[in-house]
Structure formats: structure tokens, C-alpha cells
Ligand binder design. Structure first.
Ligand SMILES: *[C@@H]1O[C@H](CO)[C@@H](O)[C@H](O)[C@H]1NC(C)=O
Ligand SMILES: *[C@@H]1O[C@H](CO)[C@@H](O)[C@H](O)[C@H]1NC(C)=O
Ligand SMILES: *[C@@H]1O[C@H](CO)[C@@H](O)[C@H](O)[C@H]1NC(C)=O
Ligand SMILES: *[C@@H]1O[C@H](CO)[C@@H](O)[C@H](O)[C@H]1NC(C)=O
Ligand SMILES: *[C@@H]1O[C@H](CO)[C@@H](O)[C@H](O)[C@H]1NC(C)=O
Ligand SMILES: *[C@@H]1O[C@H](CO)[C@@H](O)[C@H](O)[C@H]1NC(C)=O
Ligand SMILES: *[C@@H]1O[C@H](CO)[C@@H](O)[C@H](O)[C@H]1NC(C)=O
Ligand SMILES: *[C@@H]1O[C@H](CO)[C@@H](O)[C@H](O)[C@H]1NC(C)=O
Ligand SMILES: *[C@@H]1O[C@H](CO)[C@@H](O)[C@H](O)[C@H]1NC(C)=O
Ligand SMILES: *[C@@H]1O[C@H](CO)[C@@H](O)[C@H](O)[C@H]1NC(C)=O
Length: 418
């Protein structure tokens, strides 16, 4: 078997450990793993650095799916007063940290420069803050220094740009460079460097950028460049990766293998909807604990590690919160809020063709944050679309496999630590 001479950078957290503080992130990188060639694990840490409140999270998700936050007020069943100004962070929320974002250590260039990237199955670009980014956009994050990398190549006349529905944007130039993820080294990978970023995207002093792993979703590069998933595919033992996010704890991504000890019961495999470009599949049975019936339908859902909340179509959101006394759609906090002392019901789901497989997301996973002494912001909010977005609030209760080879998503229950 081929041996890599690289110092492995992945750390396997075997037990639930206390959350590392950001001052000690580098200490996390000292241990190796025992994987085969073409298999590697990448750690995650929760970013405790509070950045967005619930309303801003919602706005971010809408923006990502090109939904204008203003639509929120115009929605058919909107109970929002016409005078309110939108979701751009005007809501004051306690800066108590919840699982807003998970970051993974990735080394850019040669010699490797440590950057903390948000692995995002809901987008297709790998972009970073860099020495090309004007200082006033930066907030202390680790950035990419292409000139310090002797493998970086500036691609002349190539560019990228993402414009979100709410008018926020990011864009810049493109390099080819070496990218190390786990102990896999990708040569000549496409690295998008930010020269302009909206202020709303830059206020996180830890996140260096985003690593998009959407299925068959082209990046915003022009002319079109290979995505990271394109570069990664040939190096993987199995053409898949898995997310093992954890509730208020560090998690892992597994590339090239399924970790049999990370889940319990059977894996259910769901085909990705043709032509979607996202990791999108149908949820078919839904049950809110306390309800006396299961609801059946084909609800398209996108598995998106880059979204924090669970966003569901309006009818499901109303169904869920109808089981929480005192919950209401707030025009002050811009979303569903509930009395913090309420007990949130669990959310069960399954599939029409497999009655032996059901899973539950525990209710307390949907307590996103306090917004006042007595009110909390819900982790389930309205997608304002017929499809839903299975963000971290949902995914962290499961072991989730993203299978490029068969264009399918595997879901399995796992032992939850809390
Ligand atoms: C597999 O998952 C278990 C449980 O999460 C974890 O302790 C272990 O480190 C993982 N091993 C690999 C090789 O991913
Ligand atoms: C990753 O590291 C392990 C152990 O250090 C090694 O056996 C394996 O070959 C490495 N994988 C790659 C793709 O280099
Ligand atoms: C909340 O913000 C205040 C002021 O910025 C800061 O002093 C405090 O440490 C923060 N608390 C948490 C839990 O992040
Ligand atoms: C880049 O664009 C400029 C202006 O359009 C052109 O002069 C130059 O030849 C281009 N360079 C490459 C490498 O395509
Ligand atoms: C790097 O990748 C690009 C795009 O796939 C390709 O055109 C180029 O030849 C590659 N360069 C090297 C040195 O492999
Ligand atoms: C797993 O699937 C097998 C075959 O369909 C079934 O017999 C078994 O009961 C399932 N196990 C669990 C834990 O659901
Ligand atoms: C994704 O692309 C691969 C390779 O082009 C193709 O085989 C597969 O069917 C596509 N998957 C979806 C869901 O479109
Ligand atoms: C929650 O607290 C309010 C007062 O703040 C009280 O009226 C209500 O009964 C409490 N509900 C529960 C379920 O404890
Ligand atoms: C899963 O849910 C269905 C309801 O559609 C129920 O009939 C079945 O018994 C459940 N299975 C398990 C294993 O809980
Ligand atoms: C947050 O909510 C909890 C109840 O879930 C309450 O006990 C606590 O006082 C609240 N904290 C703040 C800072 O409002």
C-alpha cells in the first residue's frame, strides 16, 4: 500500500470531549489517523464565535437559495407587519453560541497554509479570503497567501462571483494550487480567491472561506473550472463522503469510506432527484411527536451542511409549531419563536418504501437560541418554498452519506451524546 509522507492533519475524536476553544485549534492537528489509502477523516469544530442571530441565519439561507428576503413579507400566509425592515441583522439576540457553523482545517498551497473552511454540501465553489481581499473586508481570519505558495498559479482572465438574492455577493480571481484535506493532497485544484465580499459575509473572525461539495452543481467560475469534488473523486477509495455532525460538539467528515461504528441500525438510501444539482431527495413520511397521525407526501429536501436551521415548507412548519404551546411567528424576531420553558416535540420521518426505517430528531435540537429572557428562536423555520433545506439542526442527529457514485444520500440513526 502506498504510504503518504505527509504529516496527517486529521484528528479523530474518539470520545465526546469538551469543546476546544479557538485559541487551541492548532493543538487539534497533532494526531494522525489509521485509514487506508484513499480514505481520510476531517475534523470539525463548532465555531463558537457568535456571528448570526436566528433571523440572519434565515436570511442567509434564503439568500443562498436565491430567495429575496422581502418575499418573506409577501408570502401568502404572512403575518408579518408591512413596516418591518427585513432580516439583515437588525434583531438583537443574545450572543450565546449554538451550533451555527462547523469548520474544518484545510491546508492551502505549498507549504500548507492552515485555513478553516465551512464544508458546505449546498454550494459548489471553494472560495477563501486571501491577500487579494482588501483589509477592510477582513476580520482577523486565517487567509490564503497565494504568493507564499510555490505551487500557486494565477489563472489569467478567470473569475468567479456569487450574487445572492438579498444583494450580498462575493467574487474575485482564481488560482490553481495544492489543497490538502485530511491526508489527501490534491494538486492543481481550483481555488477561488475573494477580492470583494459583502460586509454581511465577512463578520466571522474565524471562517477563512467555504468549501462547496454540492453534487453536480457547477461552481460560479467563468470560464468553468473543475470543482473540488471533481478533483477529489479520483483520489477516493469509495466515491462518497459522510457527515457526522454532533450536537454542541465537534464532529467529523469521512471521505472515501463509511464508518460502520458511526451509526446504528440500517442505512436507508435515497436517490437524488434527477437534474437537481443539490443533494436533494424526498422525505415521504413525517410525524411530530404528540400528533396522532403520520403525514405522507413527497417533500423534496436538500441536505445542506452549510445551512444552520431546518427549513420546511409552510404547512410543515405550522404543523410542528402547533404542538408547542405559545409558539408564534414573530414580526419582531423575524421567525418562529416559542417560550423557552416549553418542551419541544421530536420530529420523526421516514420513507414510503421502507416501513422498517424511521428516525427521530430530538426536540431540543430545535431550540436555536434565546432571543429574550423568556422567548427562544426556533430551529425549524419556513423555507417559503415547496422544498425544504435539511440544515445542521436536522443533520446532526444522523450519520449522512453523500454518495457521488450512485447519486444518492444515505441516512442512518446514530447514538446521540445529548
Ligand atoms: C468512526 O466513528 C467513530 C464514532 O463516531 C469514531 O469514534 C471513530 O474515530 C471513527 N473512525 C474513523 C476511521 O472515521
Ligand atoms: C492516510 O494516512 C494513513 C495513515 O497514516 C495511510 O495509511 C494512508 O495511506 C493515507 N492515505 C493517503 C491517501 O495518503
Ligand atoms: C457576548 O458579547 C459580548 C460583547 O461583545 C462579549 O463580551 C461576550 O463575551 C460575548 N459572550 C459570548 C458567550 O460570546
Ligand atoms: C486576458 O485578457 C486580456 C484582455 O482581454 C488579453 O489581452 C489577454 O491576452 C488575456 N490573457 C489570457 C492569458 O487569455
Ligand atoms: C490543471 O488543471 C487544468 C484544468 O483541469 C488543466 O487544464 C491543466 O492542464 C492542469 N495543470 C497541470 C499542471 O496539471
Ligand atoms: C435492517 O434491515 C433488515 C433487512 O431489511 C431487517 O431485517 C432489520 O430488521 C433491519 N434492522 C433494523 C435495526 O431496522
Ligand atoms: C451527476 O453526474 C454524474 C456524472 O456526470 C452522473 O452520472 C449522475 O447521473 C449525475 N447525478 C445526478 C443526480 O444528476
Ligand atoms: C413557562 O413560564 C411561564 C411564565 O414565564 C408560565 O406562565 C408557564 O406556565 C410556563 N410553562 C411551562 C410549560 O412551564
Ligand atoms: C415507522 O413509521 C410507520 C408509520 O408510517 C410505522 O407504521 C412503523 O411501525 C414505524 N417503524 C418503526 C420501526 O418505528
Ligand atoms: C435562555 O432560556 C433559558 C430557558 O431555556 C432561561 O433559563 C435563560 O434565562 C435564558 N437566558 C437568557 C440569557 O435569556
Amino acid at each position: 500500500m502506498r504510504r503518504s509522507s505527509l504529516a496527517p492533519l486529521a484528528l479523530l475524536l474518539g470520545t465526546a470531549t469538551a469543546l476546544p476553544s479557538y485559541g487551541h485549534l492548532n493543538d487539534l492537528l497533532s494526531r494522525g489517523n489509521k485509514n487506508q489509502d484513499g480514505e481520510f477523516a476531517v475534523d470539525l469544530v463548532r465555531n463558537d464565535n457568535y456571528r448570526r442571530n436566528g433571523a440572519a441565519e434565515l436570511a442567509w439561507a434564503y439568500a443562498k437559495y436565491n430567495k429575496n428576503p422581502k418575499d418573506f413579507h409577501m408570502g401568502g400566509n404572512s403575518r408579518v407587519s408591512p413596516g418591518m425592515t427585513g432580516a439583515t441583522g437588525t434583531v438583537v439576540a443574545n450572543n450565546q453560541s449554538y451550533d451555527r457553523e462547523y469548520l474544518s482545517p484545510i491546508y492551502m498551497g505549498t507549504p500548507g497554509q492552515l485555513c478553516w473552511l465551512d464544508i458546505d454540501t449546498g454550494s459548489g465553489d471553494l472560495w477563501l479570503f486571501s491577500t487579494d481581499t482588501p483589509a477592510f473586508y477582513l476580520d482577523g481570519q486565517e487567509i490564503y497567501h497565494p504568493k507564499n505558495s510555490h505551487t500557486s498559479v494565477d489563472i489569467a482572465n478567470a473569475s468567479w462571483s456569487i450574487t445572492y438574492g438579498d444583494g450580498s455577493y462575493a467574487g474575485g480571481g482564481i488560482y490553481r494550487d495544492t489543497v490538502q484535506i485530511g491526508n489527501v493532497t490534491l494538486h492543481n485544484a481550483t481555488v477561488e480567491s475573494a477580492t470583494a465580499v459583502s460586509r454581511s459575509l465577512t463578520t466571522d473572525p474565524v471562517m477563512s472561506g467555504i468549501l462547496g461539495l454540492a453534487l453536480n452543481h457547477s461552481s460560479t467560475t467563468y470560464p468553468q473550472q473543475p470543482t473540488l469534488l471533481d478533483s477529489l473523486r479520483p483520489t477516493l477509495e469509495k466515491n462518497l463522503f459522510a457527515a457526522d455532525l454532533k450536537y454542541q460538539n465537534a464532529g467529523q467528515y469521512h471521505f472515501g469510506y463509511v464508518n460502520e461504528s458511526a451509526y446504528t441500525g440500517n442505512i436507508t438510501w435515497r436517490d437524488v432527484l434527477p437534474q437537481s444539482g443539490f443533494w436533494e431527495f424526498y422525505l415521504q413520511k413525517i410525524h411530530v411527536q404528540g400528533d396522532n397521525v403520520w403525514r405522507m407526501h413527497n417533500w423534496p429536501m436538500v441536505a445542506d451542511t452549510g445551512t444552520t436551521l431546518l427549513l420546511l415548507p409552510t404547512d410543515l412548519v405550522e404543523l410542528y409549531w402547533s404542538f408547542v404551546p405559545g409558539a408564534y411567528m414573530s414580526d419582531v424576531y423575524y421567525g418562529w419563536v416559542f417560550p423557552c420553558n416549553a418542551t419541544l416535540p421530536g420530529f420523526d420521518f421516514g420513507f414510503a418504501d421502507d416501513n422498517t426505517w424511521n428516525a427521530t430528531i430530538p426536540g431540543h435540537y430545535f431550540n436555536f437560541q434565546n432571543v429574550s429572557d423568556t422567548l427562544c428562536y426556533g430551529g425549524i423555520q419556513d423555507s417559503m418554498e415547496p422544498f425544504g433545506i435539511l440544515g445542521d439542526a436536522f443533520l446532526k442527529a444522523l450519520y449522512v452519506i453523500f454518495d457521488m457514485e450512485h447519486s444518492r444520500v444515505g441516512l442512518a440513526a446514530k447514538k446521540l451524546l445529548s
